[in-house]
Every structure is written in C-alpha cells, then in structure tokens.
Design a protein around this ligand. Sequence first.
Ligand SMILES: NC(=O)c1ccc[n+]([C@@H]2O[C@H](COP(=O)([O-])OP(=O)(O)OC[C@H]3O[C@@H](n4cnc5c(N)ncnc54)[C@H](OP(=O)(O)O)[C@@H]3O)[C@@H](O)[C@H]2O)c1
Length: 320
Amino acid sequence: MRSCLRLGMLGTGLAAKLLYLPALKSLERKIQVVACANRTRKKAEQFARLLGGAKVVDTAEELIARPDVQALLISLPIDSQPEYVRMALRAGKAVLSEKPVAPSVAAGKRLLKAVSQCQSPWLVGENYHFMPHVEKLQQWVSSGRLGDLRVVEAVQINKMDHKNPYFHTRWRREPNFVGGFVVDGGVHVAHILGQCVGRPLRVVSRTRRFDPTLGPMDSAVALLEFPDSVLGTWTSCFAGHYRGPVLRLSGSHGYAELDYSRVILVDRAGKTTVFESKADSFAAQFSHFADVVLHGATPRVTPQEALADLALLETITRGK
Ligand SMILES: NC(=O)c1ccc[n+]([C@@H]2O[C@H](COP(=O)([O-])OP(=O)(O)OC[C@H]3O[C@@H](n4cnc5c(N)ncnc54)[C@H](OP(=O)(O)O)[C@@H]3O)[C@@H](O)[C@H]2O)c1
C-alpha cells in the first residue's frame, strides 16, 4: 500500500495504550504500525496484540534500524526522548515525538542544533493543536470577533493523585526535567495560549509544592504581559480541585471561554455561540503526520513552537 505510513513505536506505556491505540485503530488504512519496542518487553507485546499484530523488537536501536520502519512515534519519559529523536532523525527516519520537546530549554536547543542538518520531517506531538474547538477560538480571535484583546486567563487545575494513572509514572513524580507535573501538563496550555493570544513578553511568577508526593512543585501562578498591552494570568495547580474553563479571553467586542471539549463566544450584544469538538485529536495529529511524511504536507507543529511552549513553562516555574 503506497499511501500507508509504516510506523515504528518506541515506548508503549500509558499514552500508547490509553490515547494512541483508539486513534491508530481508526487510521488502519493510513498508518500501519509495523513494529514496536518498549523497555519492559511485555508491554510492547500487549500493545502489539491489542493493535492486531505488530512485530515486537527488544531495543530502540533495532527498531530504528528496521528497513520496514519509515517513521517513528517516540513516546518515552521526557528526559529520554532527545537521545532517540536524534538517533532516529540521523538514521533518516521521520519522527513524531511526544511533548514537551525536551527536559529543558537548554536541552531542547542542543537537540535542535544536533539535528539541524537532518532532512527527515520531525513533528512534536501537541494534540491540543488538532482540537477543532481550539482552531475555532483561534479563528474568532484572528478575525476580530472579540475585538481588541484586553485580558486573558489560563487555568490548569487537576487533582493529581493515585486515582490518576499518570500519578503512577515514577519519572513524573521524581522528574529529571524542569517543573514536574506543572510543565508536563502545562505545555499544552502554553501551546493554545500561543496560538490564540501570542507569546508573553514578560512573566512574573510564584511556585508552590503543596503535595510532597508530586515532585519538586505542583503549583504556579504568573502574571503575563503580551504584545499590544494585553494582560494575562496563569494558574497551574495539580494539588487542588476545580471545575471551569482552561482559557478565558476578554476583548473589546466579546468574551470567549474554552474548556477541554468546547468553546463559547459571547458577543457584545449578548449572543452566545457554542462550538464543540467531537473528533479524536490524536487521530487528527497522526493523520497529519502521515500527510507530512507521505505527501510533503507542511508540519503544523514545529519543534521551534514546542520549544517556545516549553520556554514559557520554564520561565513560569522559575518563580521570579
Ligand atoms: N499528549 C498528551 O496528552 C500526552 C499524555 C500522556 C503522555 N504524553 C507524553 O507521552 C510520553 C510518555 O508518557 P506515558 O504517560 O505514556 O509514560 P509511561 O507510561 O511511563 O510510558 C513510557 C514508556 O517508555 C518506556 N521506556 C522508557 N525508556 C525506554 C527505552 N530506552 N527504550 C524503550 N522503551 C523505554 C517505558 O518502559 P517501562 O515499561 O519499562 O517503564 C514506558 O512503557 C511522555 O513524553 C509524555 O509527556 C502525552
């Protein structure tokens, strides 16, 4: 099948099982997972079984070297990713690597430099980019439906505890990357803020560790100054409860509120428009990756943008 991407999967942990599996199953005609590898081999075998039979190999090196693997989906603990992204790109394989792009901005810059001569496409996984309601908000803002933006508010609050599967990944609770949960989850929100509002020029922040089981910090609050005098606030807390939108934008002509599956616009006449996302953002992201590799489509999320997302979080978690 000429139009089918032959994918190798490095890392078949939680994200692979909970998030990628349904997406990959829905894309069977476009993406074929030909082989996978995971440090604990049993997990790769289980994943291959659930997917309906991919080859299981023992090491990343073996996976990358396989001639039938055209592209790699790399989904490892954050600090392990750069080494394998570099290895795969240098071997001439296309790469979709999970967010954040690297364990720190400095490591991210080193990685970008190390692969700057590689010709194969490299996308950083940012599934929020592929949520239709996020795109809708971006369109509303850029077409002036909110008028001039005045203030924006980003809020990411989740109670991270033993009931959440990600709590049990030790690499998150004892992180070898900046910011722990605040950064791991926060880059998504930084990305949609970057898309809809832009990048802040100045940041003042404070961080806290309320729950000692959550690593070096679990909360951060920041004041953000954007171009055109737009003001913003940022709130991250992985040790508290909340119910409400992740982004609120207030402009001279209207107000918008975004949560994880829908966006609402209230115009100055008080008319409310609601737009819901039903599509699987991972399926959209993987399908786009296949289009980039197979048909030369322009990547929608570049490593440079992912580095900017990480840079905002790294600044916020510095607490200055
Ligand atoms: N976009 C999203 O919404 C989203 C959501 C969740 C996660 N993620 C990202 O996905 C990545 C993985 O997260 P996760 O929650 O799936 O973590 P996870 O459950 O710990 O999965 C990572 C897997 O990588 C394996 N591994 C580690 N080092 C390896 C190596 N050198 N070679 C082969 N396999 C290796 C681990 O094997 P063991 O079984 O031996 O530990 C584990 O199964 C992270 O970058 C995370 O930020 C993204």
